[in-house]
Design a protein around this ligand. Structure first.
Ligand code: NAD
Length: 414
C-alpha cells in the first residue's frame, strides 16, 4: 500500500496537474494524466479498463490531440488487497498502487478517479471523489437508485467536475454499422427493434459459473435488469429515441446457484428480463422489445443481436456483424401450414462491409473522454446520462413488481 508506494511515484509531466485544462496556446506538448483506477482486480476493471484501455494507451505512447498535444496516462491501482495490487503492478510495469483511497484522492497528482467497483460500492466512492474535486469516469450503473444517481450528477455539476460513464455497447462494430445505416436513411421510418441478449451462465455446481455470484443476489446489487437496462437505455436513446415507457417481466429462473467457493446460495435477483420499451423516434414512435437472459442457450450468430425493421429496409446487427434486407429485395412469403417452406430466408440478407478499423470500445471511449477532458469540450455520456440508465433499470424493476407499464419522466439537473 500506500504511502510508500504513493511517495515512490514520479512527478507528472505538467507542473500543475490539478489546474483546469489549460487554454490551447499554453498547453504543453506532452500532458500526463494521473488516473486513480479503483476496483482494478475485478473482471471489468482489469481486462477492459486496465489492460485493453489504459495500458494499451500507455504502451502506444499516449494519444495525440488534433492540435498535436500528446496525452499520456499514468495509472494508480487502488483496491482492498495489497498483494493483488502488487502482483498486477509488477506484471504490467506499473509504479503506483495503494489500498488507501482517501490518500489517493487527496493527492493532486491524480486528476481522474475511475470506478469499476461492484455496483453497491460505487456511489460512496464517487461521492468522495467528487468532493475531492476529481474528474470522474465510471462503470455503469452509476448508483443503485435513480435518486442517488441523480444526486451524484448534481453534486458533480455543482462541483464543476467533468464526468464520464461507460457506454461501451455503442462502440461495438455491429452497432457502429447500425448507426451508419440509420444515418444513411436506409430504414425509412423505423418501426420496431427486437433485441436478444444472453447466454447460459452455469449454476456453479458441476461447472464454475462464468459470472460473479453477486450478480445473482439482489442484496449485493445483482440482477440482470440493473446490469443490462442501463446499457439498453443508452443504446436506445442514442440510436433510436428516448425511452418513454417500459414494461418488464423479471424472472428468477434458477434459484439454486453455487458461488466462487463452491458454496450453495439462493439467487434473489432475476436472471432474465423480458422488456418492452416505447421510444420517441424522430419520425414517430418506435417499439423496442429486448430479452436479457443468463438462462438461455444461444441460437443466434452472436451473444447480442438487434433486429430493426423499417419501412424501407431491415437489419440484424450483433457485436461485430450486420446484415441488411432492403425493401426491394424483400421476399413475399405466403403462410401455408400444409406445404413445407423450402425458401432459404437466410440467403435474402446481405452482409454490411466493415469499411473501417474499430478499436476496442472501452478504449475508444477512454480516448474520447481523455480528449474531451484535456480540451475541456462538452461530454454527453456523463453522470446525467448514467442516471437515465439507472432510471430505466428502476422503472423496469417496478414494472415487473407491479405488473404494469411505467413512464419515465425526463431527468434534469435543476
Ligand atoms: N460495461 C460493461 O459491459 C460491464 C460488464 C460487466 C460489469 N459491468 C459493471 O462493472 C462493475 C464491476 O463488475 P465486475 O463484473 O467487474 O465485478 P467483479 O466482481 O469482477 O469486480 C468488482 C471489483 O470490486 C471490488 N469490490 C468488491 N466489493 C467491494 C467493496 N465492498 N468495496 C470496494 N471494492 C469492492 C472487487 O475487489 C473487484 O475489484 C459493476 O458495476 C458492473 O455493473 C459493466
Amino acid at each position: 500500500m500506500t504511502d510508500t508506494t504513493l511517495a515512490a511515484s514520479t512527478e507528472p509531466a505538467t507542473a500543475d496537474a490539478t489546474a483546469a485544462p489549460a487554454a490551447a496556446a499554453s498547453r504543453p506538448a506532452v500532458r500526463e494524466i494521473g488516473i486513480i483506477m479503483n476496483g482494478v482486480s475485478g473482471r471489468m476493471g482489469y481486462r477492459q479498463h486496465l489492460v485493453r484501455s489504459i495500458l494499451a494507451i500507455r504502451d502506444q505512447g499516449g494519444i495525440e490531440l488534433p492540435d498535436g498535444t500528446k496525452v499520456t496516462v499514468k495509472p494508480l491501482l487502488v483496491g482492498r488487497s495489497e498483494a493483488k495490487l502488487a502482483d498486477l503492478a509488477a506484471k504490467h510495469g506499473i509504479d503506483d498502487y495503494t489500498t488507501d483511497l482517501d490518500a489517493a484522492l487527496a493527492d493532486p497528482r491524480w486528476e481522474i478517479y475511475a470506478d469499476f467497483l461492484v455496483t453497491k460500492a460505487r456511489a460512496t466512492a464517487l461521492r468522495k471523489a467528487i468532493a475531492a474535486g476529481k474528474t470522474i469516469y465510471t462503470e455503469k450503473p452509476t448508483a443503485e437508485s435513480v435518486d442517488e444517481a441523480l444526486e451524484l450528477a448534481k453534486l458533480a455539476a455543482a462541483a464543476g467536475v467533468k464526468t464520464g460513464v461507460v457506454h461501451d455497447k455503442l462502440y461495438l462494430p455491429g452497432l457502429q454499422k447500425l448507426k451508419r445505416l440509420i444515418d444513411s436513411g436506409f430504414f425509412g421510418r423505423i418501426l420496431s427493434v427486437r433485441g436478444e441478449f444472453g447466454y447460459w451462465v452455469f449454476e456453479g455446481d458441476w461447472q464454475p459459473a462464468q459470472r460473479p455470484s453477486w450478480n445473482y443476489r439482489a442484496e449485493d446489487g445483482g440482477g440482470i435488469i440493473v446490469d443490462m437496462f442501463p446499457h439498453w437505455n443508452y443504446v436506445l436513446e442514442n440510436l433510436f429515441g428516448d425511452v418513454q415507457t417500459v414494461y418488464a417481466q423479471a424472472a428468477v429462473h434458477i434459484a439454486d446457484r453455487w458461488d466462487e467457493r463452491g458454496e450453495h446460495y439462493t439467487a434473489t435477483a432475476e436472471d432474465a428480463a423480458y422488456g418492452i420499451f416505447e421510444l420517441s423516434g424522430s419520425q414517430g414512435p418506435i417499439t423496442a422489445q429486448i430479452n436479457s437472459s443468463w438462462t438461455v442457450r444461444v441460437n443466434r450468430d452472436e451473444l447480442v443481436e438487434f433486429h430493426v425493421d423499417g419501412t424501407h429496409g431491415s437489419a440484424v446487427v450483433g457485436l461485430f456483424g450486420a446484415k441488411i434486407q432492403p425493401r426491394n429485395a424483400t421476399p413475399k412469403p405466403v403462410w401455408n401450414p400444409d406445404l413445407e417452406d423450402t425458401h432459404d430466408y437466410d440467403a435474402d440478407w446481405q452482409q454490411v462491409p466493415t469499411n473501417d478499423v474499430f478499436l476496442n470500445g472501452f478504449r475508444q471511449q477512454w480516448e474520447e473522454f481523455l480528449t474531451s477532458y484535456v480540451l475541456d469540450t462538452p461530454y454527453e455520456f456523463d453522470l446525467l446520462a448514467g442516471a437515465r440508465g439507472v432510471q430505466l433499470a428502476e422503472a423496469g424493476l417496478r414494472s415487473s413488481r407491479e405488473g404494469r407499464k411505467v413512464e419515465l419522466p425526463a431527468l434534469s439537473l435543476d
